[in-house]
Design a protein around this ligand. Structure first.
Ligand code: ATP
Ligand code: MN
Length: 265
């Protein structure tokens, strides 16, 4: 077996070796001792071989690019989502957890680390369900506490697909493509609801990636089962946000009410 190349630049403890201030801020914020241990463990087990810089740094999580080696030693890219354990980011989460029967016992609001773990677990399980239903999304690969490893959505050189918001459609076919993508999204939302029994609950052009006329659903940690007491409210919000986006692209969309009926019927 090949030796894993350990290149955890970000993992090295807050030393001044980081050339980039942003990188340093990132590592200090998220990659605490506990997180580094999880990453080292994953490297030892070959889940990932190298963890690179952040693809995205957000309020609630950072996503890192990573590389792993398949059995035939070909390189595959992975994405590692590290949830933040800081108190501030949790204010908003309760409304998703409360009413979630899957999380009744574990949702201890007083214990942040436990909450983050639940949150990561929720994303992992939702991704598994969505992926199994044949909806394009990252395949979940491994979960350990607040660290989730998944399929990388991007090209072979490690460039992530753009968010739908940043999709650059060739002008000559933009109009047609936006309409087709709108229809595609309606199908995804319906399938998500009917087959996965889930409502995304934070669906927008920011949580959809785009590549070659295909939409990929991401960021499903807050997604709820459709028996959640507020699931239909969240669904209406998803319909409005995505509808507004496509209307801004000039698509002649259905009325939000009609979309709602289509999804739940
Ligand atoms: P925050 O809300 O704190 O910004 P987040 O919860 O929104 O974080 P995500 O939306 O899941 O985190 O991911 C953030 C960004 O990371 C995405 O917009 C996307 O650009 C990138 N990303 C996430 N998952 C993947 C993946 N599997 N492959 C490639 N890029 C990804
Ligand atoms: Mn997001």
């Amino acid at each position: 077996k090949h030796a894993s190349k350990i290149r955890l630049d970000d993992v090295k403890d807050g030393q001044a070796r980081d050339k980039d201030k942003a990188d340093r801020a990132t590592s200090e914020q998220v990659l605490d001792q506990r997180t580094r241990m999880i990453l080292y463990q994953m490297i030892n087990r070959g889940v990932v071989s190298e963890v690179h810089g952040a693809i995205s740094t957000g309020k609630e999580a950072n996503v890192y690019g990573a590389v792993a080696y398949a059995d035939d030693l070909t390189k595959v890219h992975r994405a590692v989502k590290v949830y933040k354990t800081a108190i501030l980011s949790f204010k908003d989460r309760e409304r998703y957890i409360t009413g979630e029967h899957r999380f009744k016992s574990g949702a201890d609001k007083g214990n942040n680390r436990k909450m983050v773990k639940l949150w990561a677990e929720k994303e992992f399980r939702n991704l598994r369900r969505i992926h199994s239903a044949g909806i394009a999304c990252p395949e979940p690969i491994q979960l350990k506490l607040h660290v989730l490893v998944m399929d990388f959505l991007g090209d072979r050189r490690g460039w992530a697909y753009p968010r739908l918001r940043d999709a650059n459609l060739p002008a000559d076919e933009a109009e047609q493509t936006w309409s087709a993508l709108y229809i595609q999204l309606l199908g995804i939302m319906r399938r998500l609801y009917q087959v996965c029994k889930l409502v995304h609950a934070d669906l927008s052009e920011y949580n959809i990636l785009y590549h070659k006329k295909q939409l990929y659903i991401i960021d499903v940690s807050q997604s709820v089962e459709h028996d959640h007491p507020r699931s239909l409210e969240f669904l209406r919000m998803d319909i409005k946000n995505t509808g507004d986006f496509f209307r801004r692209q000039g698509v002649d969309t259905l009325a939000d009410r009609a979309v709602f009926d289509f999804i739940i019927a």
